[in-house]
Design a protein around this ligand. Structure first.
Ligand SMILES: *Cc1c(COP(=O)(O)O)cnc(C)c1O
Length: 393
């Protein structure tokens, strides 16, 4: 029996205390209170530098970043936007929030976009492509980018869960026109809530800054080298989805931790993947060759299971202290596209559906030790033995 809280967060670095104390003292919680160098503005500068991007805008969530980005693209009403069918419900939600229509693309049993289906669904009425790197898995971005470029259609990255991941050495979130990240507590950097977008596009950043709630001339306080703002001032709605200085105070000191968390997360993931792949009943798909991952969870497929065996495996692992979720068998899972009932009718997606019915999800926070990870592996292997030998309770 493993006694571990898989959702337990790492402590916030000590440095945050001084930042927060200063904010409590001054009461300066609003990013536009100070004329310059507000914590949110500093976070944006530091994050942009870390990503090698020209501009960054911190907002209330990754969903807000995706919404602003889609609005910033100035697509037609109900514009069709390609998204993978394997993602979190917040992604199609951001698409409809922006008055667009998501078109779902098949995802293979390695959790990556089916490039053939992507090409087939990339018809002339598609106005944007939003690639959600679900659970930090990177699809074939070379093929996807090439097709977007060929058709001159904007590519947006939902990199909510991909901070620290690279593709051909390039940082995920910087391949598309805009990359959006999350600071929600279950992501690599824990701000409680929060999001940030990066881009090199001057018009895009000007539009997103204003729409995020930079009313009047508050865009000047972003201190950006960008002369597109005056074009858009008073021309765009203010959606007021800013970040508070308190959030920036807890996020900034964690940026220094990203590299270590990425290394530890990858070490934990790869060690567990090796252990699980020793069983004929598990398959942990490999990363694509150009991809270097930054995982804080592991996904693996059950091989040769009936639905009831898969359910029994989930229950047995739970009993032994490891919470396993099978995306498609867990009632009401927000990552199973048929539960996105707000979209109306969802299409037939046999590949994605089959994958979701056997894909297991286990959180693997970077703070776990290798020994703990090994115990998790033992529990999963023992649970599968119980089920397959018919000995489970
Ligand atoms: C967490 C997550 C989101 C949503 O992020 P929020 O900051 O909570 O809005 C979107 N996409 C993916 C892939 C995620 O993991």
């Amino acid at each position: 029996m493993l006694k571990k809280n898989f959702h337990q967060a790492e402590p916030i670095p000590e440095e945050a205390r001084a930042y927060i104390d200063a904010l409590l003292e001054s009461g300066d919680l609003f990013r536009y209170h100070a004329s310059e160098d507000a914590p949110v503005t500093l976070l944006e500068k530091e994050f942009a530098a870390m990503m090698g991007s020209k501009y960054a805008l911190a907002v209330a969530s990754c969903s807000a970043a995706l919404f602003l980005t889609l609005r910033g693209l100035e697509l037609s009403h109900n514009a069709k936007v390609l998204i993978p069918a394997f993602t979190f419900a917040a992604v199609p939600s951001a698409v409809i929030h922006a008055n667009c229509t998501p078109v779902l693309v098949e995802v293979n049993d390695n959790y990556r976009i089916d490039v053939e289906d992507f090409a087939a669904k990339f018809t002339d009425d598609i106005e944007a492509v939003l690639i959600s790197h679900m659970r930090g898995h990177t699809s074939d971005m070379d093929a996807i980018k090439a097709l977007c470029d060929e058709k001159d259609i904007p590519l947006i990255e939902d990199a909510a869960h991909s901070l620290g991941t690279t593709w051909n050495g390039q940082k995920i979130g910087t391949i598309g026109k805009v990359g959006c990240f999350s600071f929600q507590s279950y992501k690599l950097v824990n701000g409680g809530e929060g999001g940030i977008l990066v881009t090199d596009d001057a018009d895009m950043i000007a539009k997103c800054v204003i729409m995020s709630g930079a009313y009047e001339s508050n865009w000047q306080k972003h201190g950006l080298d960008c002369n597109a703002f005056s074009k858009y001032q008073n021309e765009l709605p203010l959606y007021n989805t800013r970040m508070s200085n308190l959030s920036a105070a807890v996020i900034r000191p964690q940026l220094k931790e990203v590299e270590r968390r990425v290394d530890d997360g990858l070490r934990n993931h790869d060690s567990l993947a090796n252990q699980l792949n020793s069983s004929p009943y598990f398959d942990v798909p490999e990363a694509l060759a150009p991809e270097k991952r930054a995982p804080d969870s592991i996904q693996f497929n059950l091989i040769g299971f009936t639905n009831s065996q898969a359910q029994a495996f989930m229950a047995e692992a739970h009993t032994q202290g490891v919470p396993v979720s099978i995306f498609g068998l867990h009632t009401g899972n927000a990552r199973a596209y048929w539960n996105w009932k707000f979209l109306g009718e969802t299409p037939e997606l046999p590949k994605t559906k089959a994958m979701l019915a056997r894909a297991c999800d286990v959180r693997l926070p970077a703070a776990l030790t290798l020994e703990e990870v090994n115990t998790i592996g033992d529990v999963l292997l023992a649970s599968v033995e119980q089920i397959k030998s018919g000995k489970a309770a």
